[in-house]
Every structure is written in structure tokens, then in C-alpha cells.
Ligand binder design. Structure first.
Ligand code: FMN
Length: 299
């Protein structure tokens, strides 16, 4: 409503009303892109409708209830289906190749993929203790990094149980309105001109989340961004410093996605000789796992 007040056109999608099936790992999105197609998911359900709205959008505000510490399943369904088909590294590399090949117009990757979009995230949890919503906001970021939507504001609205209803909490509703205003103010501007507008800086300066993975040394990792930082302790205070270089390789950045693109593109050269060398042995090795004690509803 705040975005509408600021003059933007707004649409609301209730995911629970839609059918979004699970990603089955068929690789259809990637091969479509390689063959000059649009790189979209090949499963025909309600996702194309969501995708078309997304492609037309300049910004998204995503809200999800916390179920079992993270966002409810609908969000992850979209994350899995959107991730590979909206990955800016894959889309950019495919588009560059098409330009080299002399393709033009509709033969190029849909230019709407390259819009500089913004996101505001709202995680809504019932529990009074924040440790019951630990993976809410961090998981919601997974919707944003493939197409490089810049998250500029986020609200961890836990403690819904005590509030009764969010509209009874003026402070929360005011904060939510502010998120809408922040998004409205960002739309149309290049990413470089818009900074973080959330309340908390968070431990990670890129995603502004508080999750950290510790693997036995003071070199720790932000699991959302996949970047390394140096942990230090002063009295009771703990802080993590992420170098500028590491921040630049977050998967929220293009360089971060290119790292993964390069990794994925290298798999073929490594795995294909192994598969070739195994020859007829491989199907034989797999045979014993096929349908092993599989229950089926089909008679
Ligand atoms: C299956 C299920 C699991 C839930 N798990 C959590 C949880 O782990 N942590 C939490 O804070 N709230 C949890 N909740 C509460 C929801 O987050 C809460 O009901 C929701 O945010 C409020 O929206 P509603 O009014 O539509 O229910 C859970 C609710 C359901 C139905």
C-alpha cells in the first residue's frame, strides 16, 4: 500500500492459492538456455504465472510464515525452481554467447532478467524466542541472490503468538509501512545508489543476517553469502570482519555467481571421463539401487 501511495503499480500474489510443484532436477532450464531458449523451468504449473509477474516487476516484497524454524515450504519450492533458471551468471554468459553468434532481438535472453530489482523481506514467526525463527530471513535471501535482487530491508517479525494479530501492533505495522516506503524509494535507481535501510547491520555486511558457520578456527563463514571472515573476541563481544574482497565474492554479487558458474561448467570435463571409463559397469552398479524396496501407490 505504501508503494501504491508513492505512485507505483502493485500486485499481490498469495502463494498458497497456487500450485507450484517441486523441482525434479531435470536440467531443462539450463539446456533450454544452452539451446537458445528462454531458460525457463519446463514444469507447467502456476510458476510461469508467478515468473511473468516477477519479470515485469521492479521490486518484490516477500513475506512468509516461519514453519519449523524457516519459511514455509511454498517459498523453498519457488527458490528451487527459480534458482537455476534465474541465475544471472548463466543468463549473462548465454546472452554474451548469443551476441558473439550474431543473434539479435528475441533471440537474445529476455532483457527483463537484467533489471536491477530490490527486495524487502518479512519473516513472520509465532514464537516469543527469536531462536525459533533462526532460518526465516536467511532462507528468504535464497530467493534473491540468483537474479541478484538487492535486499535493502528486512523484518524479523517473530512473537506473533503474543501479538494476537499483527494489525494490533502499531509499532510493527509502522515498521512494515517503512519497509514499503523504503522499497518505493529505491525503485528505478541503480543498485550502486541504494544502500541498506534495515534496522540491524547484522554480522554479515552483505546480507545483514546473523548466521555464522564455525569450523574450528577464527576464519568463519556467512552461510547465506558463502564468504569468509575473521572472528575476534573482546571481553564478551564477538565480531566478524569480512574483507572488501570477500564481500565482493558473495553469491549476492555477480562475481560470486560466476565462481559457481565456472565450477558447474567444469563438472562435465571431470565427470564425463569417469563415466566413460566405467562403461557398461556403471548401469550394472546402479541396477541394485533401482527401485530398492520402493513402495508405490500404483497397483
Ligand atoms: C506447521 C507450523 C510450524 C510452525 N513452526 C514455527 C516455528 O518453528 N517457529 C515459530 O516461531 N513459529 C512457528 N509457527 C507459527 C507460525 O509462524 C505462525 O502461525 C504464523 O507466523 C502466523 O501466521 P498465521 O496467523 O497465518 O498462522 C508454525 C506454524 C505452523 C502451522
Amino acid at each position: 500500500m505504501e508503494c501504491e501511495k508513492a505512485g507505483h503499480e502493485v500486485a499481490f500474489i498469495r502463494m498458497i492459492d497456487l500450485e507450484v510443484r517441486t523441482c525434479n532436477g531435470c536440467g531443462g532450464c539450463g539446456s533450454s538456455l544452452d539451446k537458445g531458449g528462454n531458460g525457463k523451468c519446463v514444469i507447467k504449473d502456476d510458476l510461469p504465472f508467478v515468473d511473468e509477474e516477477f519479470m515485469n516487476s521492479d521490486a518484490i516484497i516477500v513475506a512468509a510464515p516461519v514453519y519449523a524454524l524457516g519459511p514455509s515450504g511454498q517459498l523453498k519450492q519457488v527458490v528451487d525452481r527459480f534458482g537455476p533458471s534465474h541465475d544471472l551468471a548463466f543468463l549473462t554468459m548465454a546472452n554474451n554467447q548469443r551476441i558473439v553468434d550474431g543473434k539479435t532481438g528475441d533471440q537474445l535472453v529476455d532483457p527483463r532478467n537484467f533489471k536491477q530489482r530490490y527486495a524487502g523481506l518479512i519473516s513472520v514467526g509465532g514464537a516469543k524466542t527469536q531462536n525459533w525463527v533462526s532460518f526465516g530471513l536467511p532462507t528468504m535471501h535464497l530467493l534473491c541472490f540468483p537474479s541478484q535482487i538487492k535486499v535493502i530491508d528486512q523484518i524479523d517479525a517473530y512473537n506473533m503468538g503474543s501479538r494476537g494479530n499483527p494489525v494490533l501492533d502499531n509499532e510493527l505495522m509502522e515498521r512494515v509501512r517503512k519497509l514499503g516506503q523504503n522499497i518505493a524509494s529505491a525503485v528505478g535507481k541503480p543498485h550502486a545508489e541504494v544502500g541498506w535501510m534495515g534496522d540491524e547491520e547484522g554480522v554479515c555486511p552483505v546480507c545483514h543476517c546473523d548466521l555464522i558457520t564455525i569450523k574450528g578456527t577464527t576464519t568463519v563463514e556467512c552461510p547465506v553469502c558463502g564468504i569468509y571472515g575473521k572472528l575476534s573476541v573482546e571481553g564478551d563481544r564477538v565480531s566478524v570482519t569480512f574483507s572488501e574482497e570477500e564481500q565482493q565474492r558473495s553469491r549476492h554479487t555477480f562475481a560470486g555467481k560466476m565462481e559457481h558458474y565456472t565450477e558447474i561448467k567444469s563438472f562435465g570435463a571431470i565427470a564425463e571421463p569417469k563415466i566413460k571409463a566405467a562403461g557398461e559397469e556403471l548401469p550394472k552398479m546402479l541396477k541394485k539401487y533401482e527401485g530398492y524396496k520402493e513402495l508405490s501407490k500404483k497397483k
